[in-house]
Design a protein around this ligand. Structure first.
Ligand code: URA
Length: 262
């Protein structure tokens, strides 16, 4: 066969293979499957024997119930921190470097609830120490609040909904929030601040059951018997500096609330 005839024959063969659905070349050389050893005969089924009853599938541990049980035993913040750190049902724990519980003094009148540790928080083990946290410190200083203060009137106490950094800083999912909420609620009850600032959507979802920070920010609500104000997250303010105007209005509202004016 001359080379041109061979070309057209090979091409027709390839087209036919494509036609019948062969889309990938698996080996360089074809395999003659008729020349291979025949497939081993199937093993005969063993004779039926009486067997023990199959194990009954265990219900999955209820992570929320377990969290509630743990928090009910925690009578102070140290015990709560230890219980939360030992909670094994949240997968985020396996990927995080550090457990991030809180910063500042618990006696502070103001408690800030953020979303979750970021990279720097995960490295250092404290909430709001990265770029967003530094902006937040400046914002708080503008209304004479300071996380390093020992004076409850000026101090600020920080925590997050999640104590472990989610991979790639992704948003907390509903299951994670649900299993960690008992810890957060107990944290707030034990710290007993005069007011709460909810930074961004995640703490609103956890504590108010709804999101939509653009509409919710600046409006006082009640959380566990105390006033709480949703605010734009400082990470959002870093991306949208124009929103600092609303954040400033919310800070003034916090100041007025602390002074008993609203
Ligand atoms: N963002 C948060 O919500 N919390 C932190 O601790 C850091 C960044």
């Amino acid at each position: 066969m001359d080379s041109q005839a061979s070309y057209w024959k090979d091409r027709a063969l390839l087209e036919w293979q494509l036609e019948i659905g062969a889309t990938d070349a698996i080996c360089d050389a074809p395999i003659d499957r008729y020349a291979l050893d025949p497939a081993p005969a199937p093993k005969p089924e063993p004779a039926l024997q009486p067997t023990a009853a199959p194990a009954i599938a265990q219900p999955k541990t209820d992570a929320v119930a377990e969290a509630k049980k743990l928090v009910s035993l925690a009578t102070d913040l140290e015990a709560l921190s230890t219980a939360m750190q030992g909670f094994e049902h949240c997968e985020l724990k396996r990927g995080a470097r550090n457990f991030v519980f809180s910063d500042g003094i618990p006696a502070a009148r103001v408690m800030i609830v953020g979303e979750a540790p970021g990279r720097q928080e995960d490295q250092i083990g404290k909430p709001f120490v990265g770029q967003a946290g530094q902006l937040l410190d400046k914002m708080l200083a503008a209304i004479q609040l300071d996380r390093r203060s020992d004076d409850a009137a000026q101090a600020v106490y920080f925590t997050n909904v999640l104590p472990w950094r989610p991979p790639q800083n992704r948003t907390a999912d509903a299951t994670e929030i649900a299993m960690l909420l008992p810890f957060l609620e107990r944290h707030i009850t034990l710290a007993n601040p005069d007011l709460l600032i909810l930074m961004g959507n995640t703490p609103c979802q956890a504590l108010l059951g709804r999101t939509g920070i653009t509409r919710m920010r600046g409006n006082w609500v009640e959380v566990l018997g105390r006033p709480a104000i949703p605010m734009f997250h400082p990470a959002y303010l870093l991306r949208q500096p124009l929103a600092k105007r609303e954040a400033w209005a919310d800070l003034l509202s916090v100041k007025a609330k602390l002074e008993g004016a609203s």
